[in-house]
Design a protein around this ligand. Structure first.
Ligand code: AVJ
Length: 339
């Protein structure tokens, strides 16, 4: 190696943590290319778009609103379970647990764990949104000064090894994946993702994961068709984003929110259905929509306890305990990384 090559080496990346965090690791996840993804999705048959584009500021607010609706039982059912089961988790986890959360939520769910466990040593959040991640973790740092807080900015669905700074204490490494986030993945992708989590947590680790259950189709359909219209607005917001951010030429009023449980595939599907023959213009290309044709925006897979247990086992976990609410609407699974 010669001197001129040395000069071209990039300076070591700085991952300076704010003083209140134990560490901050920025893996600089590539931002999704909304224009490229939307163009490819409109050109494909059937037309699709990734649900990750729901969550701009307005979309995130609408999602929080959905969680408060009477029909969307998911959030309140899971939080009630987490609160009730605190002592059971504490007994399983023991002292000095290090919690690793995939995604950093509003903080309500993680607080139930931090409050219930026996002197947890650390909380480490992994999230793709840098601002959201740092904001959420620093708020927790202020409220839990005795727990080391770490943040990793990364795409948690991609292969990832925990940095050496994340090895805090010698308690259990406990992964936490609430909210039925896993439902957005196809079963094949869910298995791959879970196997990566198992590798990251390592031998002796465990995962606490929230999984929405199969149930009466009418209950499922209603949860994604709330009477106040928040889910419809959430779905249609993706068209407004295309107009505002990508300069798409389209008429949102010519599309209708459509969500239903597909029994055969075991998933809620969300679509935007075209109410007439029309075209969407994006990046200089016209994409024709026939009346009744849809843009498929989301899948939310539902499992039976047995189906999900089998999937987790294929991914390298050993099922330990499953808890469900009194209606069997939602499940929490405690899985151990298989030896
Ligand atoms: C955030 C993916 C768990 O699938 O229920 C809620 C998203 N979409 N209503 C879900 C959602 C429409 C939600 N997840």
């Amino acid at each position: 190696m010669n001197a001129s090559l040395d000069l071209r080496e990039k300076p070591a990346r700085e991952n300076r943590a704010p003083a209140d965090l134990a560490f901050f690791e920025d893996l600089e996840p590539p931002l999704g290319d909304f224009l490229a993804d939307a163009s490819a999705g409109l050109a494909s048959a059937p037309k699709t778009l990734s649900p990750k584009y729901f969550y701009d500021q307005r979309g995130s607010e609408l999602f929080e609103g959905i969680c408060e609706t009477r029909e969307y039982y998911v959030t309140r059912t899971e939080i009630a379970l987490l609160e009730k089961l605190g002592p059971a988790f504490a007994e399983k986890a023991g002292k000095g647990t290090r919690i690793i959360e995939y995604g950093s939520g509003a903080g309500v769910k993680i607080r139930t764990l931090l409050d219930a466990l026996d002197e947890p040593a650390a909380y480490i959040a992994i999230d793709i949104s840098r601002e959201h991640l740092l904001g959420a973790t620093r708020t927790l740092a202020a409220d839990y000064p005795h727990i080391a807080m770490g943040a990793i900015c990364a795409d948690f669905t991609a292969p990832l090894t925990l940095p050496p700074e994340a090895a805090i204490g010698n308690g259990l490494a406990l992964g936490f994946l609430p909210g039925s986030t896993i439902g957005n993945f196809s079963p094949e992708m869910a298995e791959l993702f879970l196997s990566r989590i198992a590798a990251m947590l390592g031998k002796g680790g465990a995962l606490l994961i929230g999984v929405d259950l199969k149930k009466d189709k009418a209950v499922l359909d209603a949860a994604y068709n709330d009477a106040a219209g928040l889910t419809a607005a959430f779905n249609l917001n993706i068209l407004k984003r295309m107009q505002n951010e990508l300069g798409a030429v389209l008429e949102p009023d010519n599309f209708m929110h459509k969500a239903f449980f597909n029994e055969e595939k075991g998933r809620i599907e969300m679509h935007l259905e075209s109410l007439c023959d029309q075209a969407v213009e994006l990046g200089g290309t016209r994409y024709p929509f026939a009346k009744g044709e849809t843009l498929h925006t989301e899948n939310s897979h539902k499992y039976t306890v047995e189906e999900f247990t089998r999937l987790a086992e294929k991914a390298g976990f050993a099922a330990d305990t499953v808890w469900t609410d009194e209606n069997d609407y939602f499940s929490l699974h405690w899985l151990n990384v298989a030896a």
